[in-house]
Design a binder for this molecule. Structure first.
Ligand SMILES: Cc1cc2nc3c(=O)[nH]c(=O)nc-3n(C[C@H](O)[C@H](O)[C@H](O)COP(=O)(O)OP(=O)(O)OC[C@H]3O[C@@H](n4cnc5c(N)ncnc54)[C@H](O)[C@@H]3O)c2cc1C
Ligand SMILES: NC(=O)c1ccc[n+]([C@@H]2O[C@H](COP(=O)([O-])OP(=O)(O)OC[C@H]3O[C@@H](n4cnc5c(N)ncnc54)[C@H](OP(=O)(O)O)[C@@H]3O)[C@@H](O)[C@H]2O)c1
Length: 641
């Protein structure tokens, strides 16, 4: 019988799981039973080691849980491959034809698709609310609600964990033996869940790019996995403590906690995990995000260290079977940290050009426009963001910001015309432009922490009022994300609120340039930007000027600017038919209905900005999904912590 078969048989044999143990498991069991000789035989053996633990079934559930997670990943990968192939096909076939001839792509979809989009893929849990935060007061933020698809996945994950946890030998008459089985199961499942918990926590998680699932979604899964792990670890502790108290009383629990490294490390691990969960409750996390983040990392490190000690100090020959898993967890964690350090070092230092500097300009509306000069060429795609650090502004903190604008510096490089000219010093060479450095720009709105400090620093440090701003040392870690390409859509409608423009403007330039070069299928781009006041336009003025000067821009780009609290309504004159200004908030369903009416090719609607705006746009897109209707996709750039 191979190991897997043996596990399956043993797992189903509740009364004699030991009959099917592998030789290694048998040695461990024998080792632990000799340790408990002389004690109460119905209690003592069951507070330590693998006595009473149904290890074959534990391992079966480990395999099942990991395999089911792997299966979900493979399904997502399959869907992504189909989506990407479809988008590539659409791009290749529509790239060279006018918008009104992209009719096939405008209507071609399976009849069930609009229903699936409306009721599952783009649906909030219920009604309309998804990313608008639930606030009990201005200080108490309860976070956001997962989408319907996310809720289904989370429900499946929670239900499977619950089922695996409680498929136990409920007929066991020795309750201490039953508790040992529960202890083994809960401990095993906690460790099984810890592996994906750590993989999904990193911003360098390779699954983000591979499955094209956002860090936001992985963060949501990470939070729920963390809750499950803490629940399982607590059950593990309780199942042990009940047997221990029955055997030796609370004095025995205290004695073992203080003097037995195996139990002591287990206690430390449990305590740190419970503390992590308390500190990550939404109101605390949102109110003190930086403190939460730092303590979270330190406590997570302590809890993994304690778990490692717990595994290796078990009174079982060779330690607990979970040792390789905890080694895996540490390796993933260290690899992620190294990846961040590598990115930081690579982007911010070059032998030829030294290190990164930033020019920070204070802007109206308590905002900064920040331009980082990177000392080397970095390829930055539209829709990406980066984590920034500034010297003298809480230098230990780093925060994510969307990359709004990118410029590359080039140098002429002389290349020889033929092999004979190499090193011959002849004039037979030709010159090519080689990108050698990159500048990346951001718009950063002042909140109350790091961003406020940055703004205050820029205002206080301004010496020359004709050119307000300061130059400081900075560090760029990125670019991250950027896996949503709009190139294959005939129509792109981009909504944004306030600083959300940073995300959208990177697409604007790319699509307008692509249209002029004939490299995209896009024939109509509509930007809907909602700002509080007219001065906010200053944030992006130089970039917008550059976009408005791009060749053939008027044929494709339409800008609708909504100013919700204009100080002077007379400023609201529309510059042209393609750049229009309106007072107040837009009527999003009406605006979208008009775009659907004028739709060319497939349409993508994207949004970046306040949660309420994103929910309204999502609602309007769902309202446009009709059977026999046109193809309308939706992408929300959001981040929920
Ligand atoms: C992918 C992405 C792109 C972003 N792009 C921009 C942008 O282009 N321009 C812009 O002005 N803002 C952007 N933000 C928001 C920006 O990251 C936060 O406003 C900033 O981190 C707040 O820092 P603070 O210390 O001043 O926050 P606080 O005043 O302490 O908190 C304000 C809010 O920001 C949240 N927050 C705090 N620290 C972080 C953090 N490290 N990461 C995420 N959220 C945090 C808090 O939970 C709170 O809800 C982006 C966020 C994400 C996730
Ligand atoms: N990549 C990213 O994830 C990314 C990038 C950049 C920014 N951001 C986020 O974008 C957000 C910008 O928010 P902010 O606080 O700066 O914006 P804000 O000032 O609260 O709102 C900006 C504008 O949007 C309008 N608005 C708000 N809700 C609306 C709705 N439901 N329908 C129509 N208009 C609406 C507001 O109108 P009123 O004046 O009527 O309220 C205001 O004019 C921040 O949360 C920032 O973190 C995210």
């Amino acid at each position: 019988m191979d190991i897997l078969q043996r596990r399956r048989h043993a797992a189903l044999d509740f009364n004699n799981p030991g009959d099917h143990l592998t030789p290694a498991m048998q040695i461990r069991n024998e080792a632990t039973s000799t340790l408990t000789e002389g004690a109460n035989p119905t209690i003592a053996p069951f507070n330590t080691g693998l006595n009473g633990v149904n290890q074959p079934m534990n391992l079966l559930f480990r395999d099942t849980l990991w395999l089911s997670m792997g299966a979900v990943a493979i399904v997502v990968l399959g869907v992504r491959i189909i989506e990407l192939s479809w988008a590539k096909l659409r791009l290749l076939s529509a790239m060279s034809i006018p918008g009104d001839r992209q009719h096939f792509w405008k209507v071609k979809q399976w009849s069930w698709m609009p229903g699936v989009k409306r009721n599952l893929i783009y649906a909030p849990l219920w009604n309309k609310r998804h990313n608008r935060e639930i606030r009990l007061s201005s200080a108490i933020n309860m976070g956001t609600l997962p989408s319907r698809l996310h809720s289904v996945l989370l429900a499946l994950y929670l239900a499977s964990n619950l089922a695996y946890m409680f498929i136990l030998n409920w007929g066991n008459e020795n309750k201490y033996s039953f508790l040992a089985e529960l202890r083994g199961r809960s401990g095993t499942l906690a460790m099984v869940n810890m592996v994906p918990l750590i993989i999904l926590a990193g911003r360098n998680n390779p699954l983000i790019g591979l499955l094209q699932v956002s860090f936001d979604t992985y963060n949501l899964l990470h939070r729920w996995m963390g809750r499950v792990v803490v629940f399982e670890v607590l059950l593990h502790l309780i199942a042990w403590a009940v047997v221990q108290v029955a055997d030796n009383g609370w004095a025995g629990v205290k004695e073992k906690t203080l003097n037995d490294r195996f139990i002591g490390s287990g206690m430390v691990g449990t305590a740190t995990l419970v503390l992590i969960m308390i500190l990550s409750l939404s109101p605390i996390r949102h109110a003190f995000y930086e403190t939460f983040l730092n303590t979270h990392i330190i406590l997570a490190f302590v809890s993994f260290g304690a778990t490692w000690v717990h595994c290796v100090t078990a009174t079982i020959e060779g330690g607990l079977p979970q040792i390789p898993w905890i080694i895996g967890i540490f390796s993933v964690w260290i690899a992620e940290r190294l990846a961040r350090m590598f990115r930081l070092a690579y982007c911010n230092w070059s032998r030829a050009r030294g290190t990164t500097t930033a020019f920070v300009e204070p802007m109206p509306g308590e905002t900064c426009r920040v331009t980082l000069s990177l000392p080397r060429y970095v390829d930055v795609q539209p829709g990406t963001h980066a984590y920034l650090r500034f010297s003298g502004v809480r230098s230990w903190e780093n925060h994510p910001f969307s990359i709004a604008w990118v410029e590359h510096t080039t140098e002429d490089e002389l290349l020889p015309i033929s092999e004979k000219d190499v090193g011959a010093g002849t004039s037979r060479s030709f010159s090519v432009k080689k990108p050698v450095a990159t500048s990346v720009s951001f718009v950063i709105g002042a909140q109350s922490g790091f961003t406020r400090k940055l703004y205050d620093h820029a205002v206080a440090g301004t010496a020359d009022l004709r050119r307000p701003g300061i130059t400081i040392r900075a560090a760029f870690e990125g670019p991250y994300a950027g896996h949503h390409s709009l190139d294959s859509y005939g129509t792109a409608v981009l909504f944004c609120g306030a600083t959300g423009i940073t995300h959208q403007i990177s697409y604007l330039r790319h699509l307008v340039e692509g249209y002029a070069d004939g490299t995209v299928a896009t024939r109509r781009v509509v930007l809907v930007w909602i700002v509080r006041d007219f001065e906010s336009l200053e944030w992006i003025r130089p970039w917008m000027d550059a976009i408005l000067r791009l060749p053939r821009r008027k044929e494709i780009l339409h800008i609708k600017l909504f100013v919700t609290r204009p100080k002077n309504p007379r400023e609201m004159a529309s510059a042209s038919r393609s750049v229009q200004m309106f007072p107040g908030r837009p009527n999003i369903p009406m605006l979208l209905a008009k775009e659907v009416h004028e739709q060319q090719g497939a349409m993508c609607v994207t949004v970046c900005g306040p949660g309420g705006l994103a929910d309204d746009v999502r609602h309007a897109v769902r309202g446009c999904q009709r059977e026999r209707g046109t193809v309308i996709d939706f992408v929300e750039e959001s981040f929920t912590w």
